[in-house]
Design a protein around this ligand. Structure first.
Ligand code: NDP
Ligand code: ZN
Length: 178
């Protein structure tokens, strides 16, 4: 996929030469994601900055899920960068390592597939994800369902919201026991 204009990684986002603390790594991931999503907005009436969502997904894992694996929190912050910003898997591996790249790839949809079919596949694939990818998927779904309830896409009917929650429930069911 062609890179979007102006995506050359700035030095501040690159892996430092010296050992990095977990908090420094997580902040670097959030800064990277914020830069990549900078022109995107959520679909709610306020057009909330897109980055609020990946931060919410990572925060839920740490603060509700009790997840301590730093690569899982980093991957949560980056979870929509391949799908929505044209960031490449190779770039994630070079900047955040093989494990993070793998988790983000696991939760990335194939954009060449039509939307309805893509959603069907997400539900079908959920049980086959790694335990860490299931955690990210669950947090992504709970974040989005919360948004559908509290700050929904501005043009959605009650029926559409209900359909969304029913689909999210199918995906979540595939992520049980993590
Ligand atoms: P989606 O159902 O994909 O939109 C929801 C997604 O948008 C979320 O999963 C989330 O994804 C992101 N998002 C951004 N802002 C918000 C927000 N404020 N609240 C919740 N989610 C948000 O909608 P699409 O327009 O892409 O349509 C996909 C499918 O929806 C269609 O193929 C069809 O099946 C169905 N549809 C149903 C209609 C109906 O009236 N029932 C009408 C039209 C379509 P992320 O985490 O990736 O950001
Ligand atoms: Zn998401």
């Amino acid at each position: 996929r062609a890179r979007q204009h102006g995506q050359e990684a700035r030095p501040i986002f690159r892996t430092p030469m010296t050992p990095e603390t977990d908090s420094a790594l997580l902040l670097r991931a959030i800064a990277f994601a914020a830069d990549r999503h900078r022109k995107q907005r959520r679909k709610d009436a306020d057009k909330t900055p897109y980055i609020n969502h990946p931060i919410d997904v990572a925060s839920r894992l740490a603060n509700i899920g009790g997840v301590e694996d730093i690569d899982v929190l980093v991957a949560a912050a980056l979870h929509d960068t391949i799908e929505d910003t044209g960031t490449t898997p190779a770039e994630l591996e070079a900047t955040f390592g093989k494990r993070v790249r793998g988790f983000v790839e696991e939760v990335t949809d194939d954009k060449n597939v039509e939307k309805q079919e893509r959603k069907r596949r997400q539900a079908e694939h959920a049980p086959h994800l790694s335990p860490s990818a299931k955690l990210i998927k669950l947090s992504d779904q709970t974040s989005n369902v919360t948004d559908v309830a509290l700050s929904p896409p501005s043009n959605w009917s009650p029926e559409r919201k209900r359909e969304y929650v029913e689909w999210a429930e199918r995906v979540a069911a595939g992520c049980r026991r993590v």
